[in-house]
Design a protein around this ligand. Sequence first.
Ligand code: CO8
Length: 260
Amino acid sequence: SNSKVLVELDEHTGVAVMQMKSPPVNSLSLDFLTEFSISLEKLENNKSCRGVILTSAVPRIFSAGLDITEMAGKSEEHYAEFWRAVQEMWLNLYSSSMVTIAVVNGSSPAGGCLMATSCDYRIMAENPKYSIGLNETQLGIVAPFWFKDTMLNTVGHRCTERSIQLGLLYPAHEALKIGLVDELVPEEKIQTMAMETMAQWLAIPDHARQLSKSSLRKPTVDRLLAHREADIQNFVSFISKDSIQKSLHGYMERLKQRKA
Ligand code: CO8
């Protein structure tokens, strides 16, 4: 099939593994985001699923973040539909009642970092070539308030302030140091470690853990819910600007030149 999100649920342990498989870089396209949200909702509604491990089936890359081609040269209607899908992905993941563990087995810029920090726990492969962070400013764009909030809730105000202004991408060891990820593990052991960590989280009674999670995360989620349409309008008018389109175009060109 041409599925971009592979889901395997072990009914016995109650743990699902969600593998992102959208080569070459797991960029978050409209199709990808739609499939991701549907897959996650199915697990959410499945009583036998209590935990999700989110990882990548693409070597060296967790996710390259939002698909830049969805944000360039398209209609305002398209931008609005795309942005709604990005919001939906985040709302579903950030407020999931399941235990969510990100196995960051590759690079994880921008939207990839958002996905990882939306989980309850992050395990990153111990590889200095992999980096993670909100690098939006390097593209000449601005991380939306709920991207910022998600990082803020993970690493605190000072670190977020510096990181998102400079658009810093942290190599694995630095990401651990600032608490952007919780643990580094050699890549070949990462799945085993994730299962062990999941077992610890699942040892806590669901209702107590879920209420604790939601008491911490609900204010952040409610902030987007209260301003969802305005956030879409804001994105559409920002991304439609000539100057922003030029920045994105230039960035894509630099990505391609770097390869040549
Ligand atoms: N979207 C679309 N295409 C992409 C993206 C992307 N995010 N990233 C890479 N690609 C493409 C490349 O252009 C390349 O295409 P082609 O083969 O046609 O030349 C192909 O994928 C493979 O990429 P690379 O050759 O660069 O692969 P590498 O393995 O060398 O590197 C990386 C992988 C590290 C992921 C690298 O591609 C990279 O750094 N990509 C850019 C990542 C990035 O900066 N993402 C930010 C996206 S913006 C975002 O997520 C939040 C925006 C919030 C919106 C705010 C507006 C208000």
